[in-house]
Design a protein around this ligand. Structure first.
Ligand code: PLP
Length: 459
């Protein structure tokens, strides 16, 4: 390598290192919500592409000087919007190595280090979550793609069982497939269905209870009227309430009818890693596939989701390009997900798991739940605030007496800057949601947040 390029690379990495630390060091004091709009940032970074290039260190310094006002303090301790984790130090550092290594991690023979690390991370996770240890684990970008990957596998498998070879014959003329979902499913389920040629008309929507859990009696009644290939989609962790479906009741009902059962557990699956939260996931291991994220509750950097399928032969049947479905001693990453070339996004998951250890993952889950309980108690003690849900996991939903007041409070919290929560609609009314998903959040963060909200509510 020529010396100038070598030097440019080292100085570029040093500049990025410094800029990264400057951002991370600012997290405790900066407003959590960005101060700049998209238009501001388009102006900052836009204009015509210059004719001449510049060296890496200048590029990084230009980025660092312009980016700051448009960055959101997601890795800090007071970002509670959506369901988004922070970044564990070992996972962040490992993620830098992933880029430096530049391993195209679709194939075991090309990139043995990263494929092995992902396979081990997958095994560790199956063990922590008490899922069948022979399952396939595909690393994808997130919960959306994990749901898509699992449901593509499910569609292929239930059609195959009905005697229909999807790879050969396509969807036209295939036996009609019913897709059975809960009323409070995540929006990514409908998107995944849409990508798979499963339309709204193919959905059977099952009523849920006041916390968004599918009603077993309603599932039983609906399945009594359905026949043919069936997929039932359940949920571990409803985004508003954090509630978990009653897997022990629901999965056997679905299996009696020959359905494939998929569990969307983008953040909820991780409850199984804690002795005190595990009961929420009871019976979940009976399902046929599970989707989860490492970039939420495990706190690895974006992007990292996992598509888990009980029988690897079903994954291979859906995704392997040619070859024998039954040979899975030589399972390649591209045999179990839609992707070919990709970054080794499982390496930061390996690093987070190694850094935390079994006990560390359990205590992280416990801490996130304790934080949610503390936040809910604090919010409930503020005059005028109602906590809407029973806090079984990491989600806290609250509101004021009127929808307008609730929405105004949401906007005021973002403008004030101490913390970020996001708005939601629940049972026809406006609410605000705190997701306690970050390893960084301390009692001090919760106290600062409550003080800020108390001040805003008092006006
Ligand atoms: C976040 C979430 C998803 C989507 O995951 P992404 O990582 O954003 O793609 C799906 N289901 C549930 C329950 C979620 O919370």
């Amino acid at each position: 390598m020529d010396e100038r390029v070598d030097d440019d690379r080292a100085r570029g990495l040093d500049a990025a290192h410094e800029a990264a630390l400057r951002f991370l060091d600012s997290l405790d004091d900066r407003p959590v919500w960005p101060r700049a709009t998209l238009d501001d940032m388009l102006t900052a970074f836009g204009g015509p592409l210059p004719d001449d290039g510049c060296d890496a260190v200048d590029v990084i310094e230009e980025i660092a000087s312009r980016a700051d006002p448009g960055l959101v303090a997601i890795p800090g301790g007071r970002f509670y919007g959506f369901v988004i984790g922070g970044t564990h130090p070992a996972a962040l550092a490992a993620d830098w190595l992933v880029s430096a290594w530049d391993q195209n991690s679709g194939s075991a023979s090309l990139t043995p280090t990263t494929v092995a690390m992902e396979r081990v991370a997958g095994q560790w996770m199956l063990d922590l979550l008490d899922l069948p240890d022979t399952s396939s684990v595909g690393f994808v970008t997130g919960g959306q793609m994990a749901n898509f990957t699992c449901l593509a596998t499910a569609r292929n498998a239930v059609l195959a069982r009905a005697g229909w070879d999807l790879a050969e014959r396509g969807l036209r003329g295939s036996p009609p497939l019913r897709f059975v979902v809960g009323a409070d499913r995540h929006g990514s389920i409908d998107r995944a269905a849409r990508f798979l040629g499963i339309g709204r008309a193919d959905l059977t929507v099952i009523e849920s209870d006041d916390h968004g859990r599918m009603r077993p009696d309603a599932l039983r009644a609906a399945l009594a009227d359905l026949s043919g290939p069936l997929i039932v989609c359940l949920q571990a962790g409803e985004v508003h309430t954090g509630a978990f479906d009653d897997f022990t009741s629901l999965i056997p009902i679905a299996h009696e009818h020959g359905a494939w059962v998929h569990v969307d557990g983008a953040f909820g699956l991780w409850a199984a890693a804690s002795a005190s939260l595990r009961s929420l996931t009871a019976g979940m291991d009976l399902a046929d596939s599970w989707a989860t994220d490492a970039h939420k509750t495990l706190n690895v950097p974006y992007d990292c989701g996992m598509a888990i399928v009980r029988d690897p032969a079903d994954s291979i049947a859906a995704f392997r390009t040619g070859g024998d479905y039954l040979i899975y001693t030589s399972l390649d990453p591209w045999d179990v997900t839609p992707e070919l070339s990709r970054r080794a996004r499982g390496v930061p998951a390996w690093a987070a798991l190694r850094s935390l250890g079994r006990n560390g993952v359990a205590s992280l889950m416990d801490r996130l739940h304790d934080n949610a309980v503390a936040m809910a108690e604090g919010l409930a003690s503020i005059e005028g605030i109602d906590v809407v849900n029973e806090v079984v996991y990491t989600q806290v939903m609250f509101r004021l007496a009127s929808d307008d007041a609730t929405r105004d409070l949401g906007a005021a919290i973002l403008a004030e800057g101490t913390a970020a929560v996001t708005g939601a609609e629940w049972r026809g009314r406006s609410a605000l949601r705190c997701s306690m998903s970050s390893w960084v959040t301390t009692q001090h963060d919760i106290d600062r947040t409550l003080d800020a909200i108390r001040g805003l509510v008092a006006g």
